[in-house]
Design a protein around this ligand. Structure first.
Ligand code: ADP
Ligand code: ADP
Ligand code: ZN
Length: 209
């Protein structure tokens, strides 16, 4: 199954994609993770993306479309995948339609006030992409999965967060209508416990938990 996770920053796309991907044994394709890795490695793409990401803006469509097109052509995507963070604009969605067949779009909805709290407390592992919240970390500063030191993303700092929410509402939210018109959109309440959301997504996908 080829699935898109759509929702504002902090909605839980990464958290849920990781779980659903392991339940379905399909790859999680997170464009944010791909870009952060490229920035860390200092590749040409990483350097190009950095100024947009740090400002809370989207990187240009042509940059991200090429990355996703190349990634979806790899063998491990043959049995399906979850796109987490792509598409984020209507031109990206239109481009995707030319090289992929999407079966389902899960929209995770969460109010802006809740999102601000989630994003300001988010800590991530740049090595494996795992996501945490300070409220569950206590004294711990390393990743449960791979042991790497956790960091706060530059773009999760307060001033950038509000900008990212604005970008979501103006540039990404139109995709809700785009996929609704195609009959692919399924809404899931993202303001519940992580396990409850995971169950709701699996049910929506017709998979038994
Ligand atoms: P996204 O990928 O949509 O930006 P994340 O999965 O990274 O969102 O989650 C953002 C933050 O909110 C993280 O700190 C994560 O631990 C936390 N979080 C995710 N899902 C929930 C939830 N259902 N309830 C409370 N906090 C959550
Ligand atoms: P979040 O988890 O908060 O939703 P991501 O990790 O998906 O954020 O993305 C972080 C940043 O990477 C975005 O603010 C944007 O600058 C860039 N980015 C990621 N995916 C895309 C995309 N599909 N189009 C343009 N920019 C993107
Ligand atoms: Zn890790």
């Amino acid at each position: 199954m080829n699935i898109i996770f759509l929702g504002p920053p902090g909605a839980g796309k990464g958290t849920q994609a990781q779980r659903i991907c392991s339940a379905l044994s399909i790859p999680q394709i997170s464009t944010g993770d791909i870009l952060r890795r490229a920035m860390k490695e200092g590749t040409e793409t990483g350097l190009k993306a950095k100024k947009f990401i740090d400002a809370g803006q989207l990187v240009p469509d042509e940059v991200i479309i090429d990355i996703v097109k190349e990634r979806l052509a790899q063998d491990d995507c043959g049995k399906g995948y979850i796109l987490d963070g792509f598409p984020r604009t209507v031109p990206q969605a239109e481009a995707l339609d030319t090289f992929a067949k999407i079966d389902c779009v899960i929209e995770l909805s969460v109010d802006d006030q809740v999102l601000v709290n989630r994003l300001s407390g988010r800590r991530v592992c740049l090595k494996c992409g795992a996501t945490y919240h300070v409220s569950m970390l206590g004294e711990k500063t390393t990743c449960d999965v791979c042991g790497e030191e956790l960091i706060q993303r530059e773009d999760d700092k307060a001033e950038t967060v509000l900008n990212r929410l604005k970008v979501y509402h103006t540039q990404t939210a139109p995709l809700i209508g785009y996929y609704e018109r195609k009959g692919l959109l399924r809404k899931v309440d993202g303001d519940q416990e992580v396990d409850a959301i995971c169950g709701a997504i699996l049910k929506t996908l017709g998979v038994r938990a």
